[in-house]
Design a binder for this molecule. Structure first.
Ligand SMILES: Cc1ncc(COP(=O)(O)O)c(C=O)c1O
Length: 385
């Protein structure tokens, strides 16, 4: 039977993620539009994003925070291109985005003093292998597999190498141990439901030291450059962006941060996302056809929740048939306006991915579950089950 009511907000995409509750375009009416981002007002707005982010996330005062071009990808690439090559590198990858960074290190930067620690979709690698003398590259939350770093005990406080953490689908929904992270990146379009295009880059004092003491042997485009004459360009970390940002996106980022403060800051954001994961876990526990792709609850993501269909009719299908069946389930949900964008990532095993980050209302997830049951039952019936 088709469920009676739909989620009030059917947006469950893993990026761009749904806006905060009660968001309207009206909230952006005071944006600093049609004038220079280098005006006093423009720079103040950009700095406001930096200052509010620092306060909410508890980022130490001596860690730099910059707004940089090209979303999370831009932020992470500029860090890798500016700082890697000074030491050997340990990479940890367990899904598509993490694997993408490793490919760039090998194929583009052509660095070969690499030790690669990988795991398949749903699992995480053996982090205890990390060598504190080497640089470490990893993603805090594997957006395409729904598996996250369970803790940071494996990162030594007295490390000599730098840790580079792509935290784009983690930050604001998970507690990050800033003192153990030398380079952290994210974009506004994930947990806070902001707009894409701009990246956030956090640098520890040791990362700054690397920037000022090491010059990579390859050329760096202007868009990646963080130093001038061997000195950090401090303005980048005060809101004087490398190139022109969208002040409309900036206003939206501020709106999201103010909302976070109103509801109680980081604790409240994490509680919303963890509460959503709990609601999904309770539904999974009482539902035969579904399971988490991430087997170990300790590394199960509270934002990008990846689910697999474990019904016998589905498991009997070939890989291509599974992908086709998953697509049908997703299309039914989309056609009904019950859930948008819940297909698993293209490189992940066929299944569903439901964003459960802090902007998602638990009541919308509760309303979604019967629709997931209905869509899977509909496609199961087509397969004679
Ligand atoms: C872990 C991870 N890294 C990087 C990206 C790329 O982010 P962006 O498109 O904001 O550059 C994503 C996007 O989903 C992601 O999930």
């Amino acid at each position: 039977m088709k469920p009676q009511s739909r989620p009030r907000d059917p947006r469950f995409s893993s990026g761009p993620c749904t806006k905060r509750p009660n968001w309207t375009l009206d909230n952006l009416k005071n944006a600093s539009l049609g004038r220079s981002h280098r005006s006093g007002e423009g720079k103040a707005r950009l700095k406001e994003v930096i200052d509010r982010s620092r306060a909410i996330l508890g980022i130490p005062d001596d860690w730099r925070i910059g707004i940089v071009p090209a979303s999370d990808t831009g932020a992470f690439e500029m860090a890798m291109w500016s700082m890697l090559g000074a030491r050997g590198i340990d990479t940890f990858a367990w899904e598509s985005f993490g694997a993408g960074w490793v490919t760039d290190i090998e194929k583009q930067l052509k660095l070969n003093d690499l030790r690669k620690f990988d795991a398949g979709y749903g699992e995480v690698p053996d982090f205890s292998q990390a060598d504190p003398v080497r640089d470490i590259i990893f993603t805090w939350n594997g957006t395409t597999s729904g598996a996250r770093v369970p803790d940071a005990d494996w990162i030594r406080d007295d490390r000599e190498g730098l840790t580079f953490c792509d935290a784009t689908s983690a930050v604001f929904a998970m507690d990050l141990p800033w003192k153990k992270l030398d380079v952290v990146t994210w974009s506004w379009q994930k947990v806070m439901g902001g707009e894409a295009a701009h990246g956030m880059l956090v640098l520890s004092p040791r990362a700054v030291e690397r920037l000022q003491s090491y010059t990579p042997p390859w050329p760096l485009p202007k868009i990646f450059r963080m130093t001038s004459g061997g000195k950090l360009i401090e303005g980048t970390f005060r809101g004087e962006t490398i190139n022109t940002p969208s002040m409309l996106c900036v206003e939206d980022a501020i709106d999201g941060l103010k909302w976070a403060e109103e509801i109680g800051g980081l604790k409240a954001l994490i509680a919303r996302s963890e509460g959503n994961l709990k609601a999904i876990a309770d539904w999974v526990a009482r539902t035969d056809w579904v399971d988490f792709l991430a087997g170990d609850p300790k590394s199960r993501s509270c934002t990008s929740v990846c689910l697999k269909v474990v019904a016998p009719w589905f498991e009997a299908l070939s890989g291509d048939e599974k992908a086709a069946a998953a697509k049908k389930i997703v299309k039914l949900l989309d056609d009904e306006g019950a859930a948008f964008d819940v297909e698993g990532y293209r490189d992940a095993p066929p299944g569903l991915r439901v964003w459960a980050g802090s902007t998602v209302e638990q009541s919308d997830l509760e309303a979604l579950f019967p629709w997931l049951d209905w869509a899977v039952a509909t496609v199961a019936a087509e397969h004679g089950a």
